[in-house]
Design a protein around this ligand. Structure first.
Ligand code: ADP
Length: 366
């Protein structure tokens, strides 16, 4: 008979786990939170001092091993976080990259990163609608929300359901036939956290490695906004086929987008193109087009930099409403004129992947 795994048993196993030279174990230290038990699968988060972030992997393994040893446990997943209460958050990030870089992660035939220079430009909305548009073409598509700091996928698909497990792996959720995964499904939404560099990459790696992606042809990765170390590190660890940059027309956003382009160039990831989001506004009363932010900046920039311009997406109420209520427009209204814009862009991306026979970029590590 399978013994039943309980919260108490998990806690008592974790009482055997100490971090480095800490006097107390991780439970009595108050580091463990969000323990989830589901049919023999156990997940929890461990908060550590950001200063010790580079040792987080070691602690993660220790804690997972302690749980996996318990009778009745099928899998154990520890998610490492650094909490706001730890004071030294200004410390420079360090990455566990030197030793682990050799083998690139490649959970799909084609992996596309959707990036933006800054937050709020509609990167996640674009990512899910493009993933859905690719899916419509009969392609087997997954989407990974790598925006650890502010996961949007739960909002975009309207679910915070905890994932199931199979063979000790985390099963992606299904949304309109897409395989979807986000850190937002694993941690409690109300726990505010600051993630340190190594832990960001650790959590993203877990979602690429420990998630049972099934026969993916395309994995769309919604990157965290910006062009910092986390994005660079991800580009160096994952076999990206290419990157798509989402920008709004404002100059400032374009300057940021340019930084993104440079980052991908630095690691030899092909730029599949640039998309101008919130490009123009069509007035529902007079039906005329208003270029609120002097549209066309992204197209000019793309021409100047000699990279493909993939299209303009309007600032549109129905895009915002559907995106914010867990019913993305391409899934719920595929015949809509705005859905057709995403579908057209997805076609351009697919052609460029298929024609160029890009499977993964050759990575140069500085
Ligand atoms: P990011 O991922 O860049 O932070 P989001 O995709 O979360 O951006 O979008 C930010 C906000 O803008 C959301 O409320 C979203 O619904 C809205 N939004 C995104 N694209 C459009 C658009 N083309 N028209 C109207 N609203 C949009």
């Amino acid at each position: 008979m399978q013994s039943e795994i309980t919260l108490e048993k998990v806690k008592s196993a974790l009482r055997q786990v100490k971090f480095l030279h800490s006097k107390d174990n991780v439970i009595d230290d108050g580091d463990v939170s969000g323990i989830v038990l589901k049919d023999g699968h156990v997940s929890f988060s461990i908060e550590i001092d950001p200063k010790l972030a580079k040792n987080s992997e070691q602690l993660r393994k220790k804690a997972e091993n302690a749980i996996i040893m318990l009778p009745g446990v099928l899998s154990a997943t520890a998610i490492m976080t650094a909490h706001k209460n730890f004071s030294s958050t200004q410390q420079k990030n360090t990455f566990p990259t030197e030793k682990t870089q050799n083998k690139l992660l490649k959970p799909a035939k084609y992996i596309i990163a959707i990036a933006s220079g800054k937050g709020g430009v509609g990167k996640s909305t674009t990512a899910i609608n493009l993933a859905l548009a690719l899916k419509q073409k009969g392609i087997n598509v997954g989407i990974l929300d790598a925006d650890i700091y502010g996961p949007s996928l739960p909002r975009l698909i309207g679910s915070t359901k905890k994932p199931d497990y199979e063979n000790k792996k985390i099963l992606p959720l299904d949304a309109w036939g897409l395989q979807v995964m986000s850190i937002g499904f694993m941690i409690e939404p109300e726990s505010p956290m600051i993630w340190r560099g190594p832990m960001v990459m650790g959590a993203i790696e877990q979602m690429l490695r420990d998630v049972l992606w099934k026969n993916l042809e395309v994995l769309v990765i919604d990157l965290p906004p910006g062009t910092g170390d986390a994005q660079l590190s991800l580009s160096q660890r994952v076999a990206l086929s290419g990157a798509v940059i989402v920008s709004t027309p404002q100059d400032l956003a374009l300057i940021d987008a340019r930084k993104g382009l440079n980052m991908f160039r630095k690691v030899n990831v092909p730029i599949l193109g640039i998309i101008e989001n919130m490009s123009y506004f069509i007035c529902s009363d007079c039906n005329s087009r208003h270029n609120i932010f002097s549209t066309g900046g992204a197209r000019k920039e793309a021409d100047r930099l000699n990279i493909p311009f993939l299209g303009e997406i309007p600032l549109e109420m129905s895009i915002r409403q559907t995106s914010d209520t867990g019913a993305p427009i391409v899934a719920t209204d595929p015949e809509n004129q705005h859905s057709k814009i995403y579908i057209k862009i997805a076609e351009l991306i697919w052609e460029s992947l298929a024609n160029k026979k890009i499977e993964n970029a050759s990575i140069i590590i500085d």
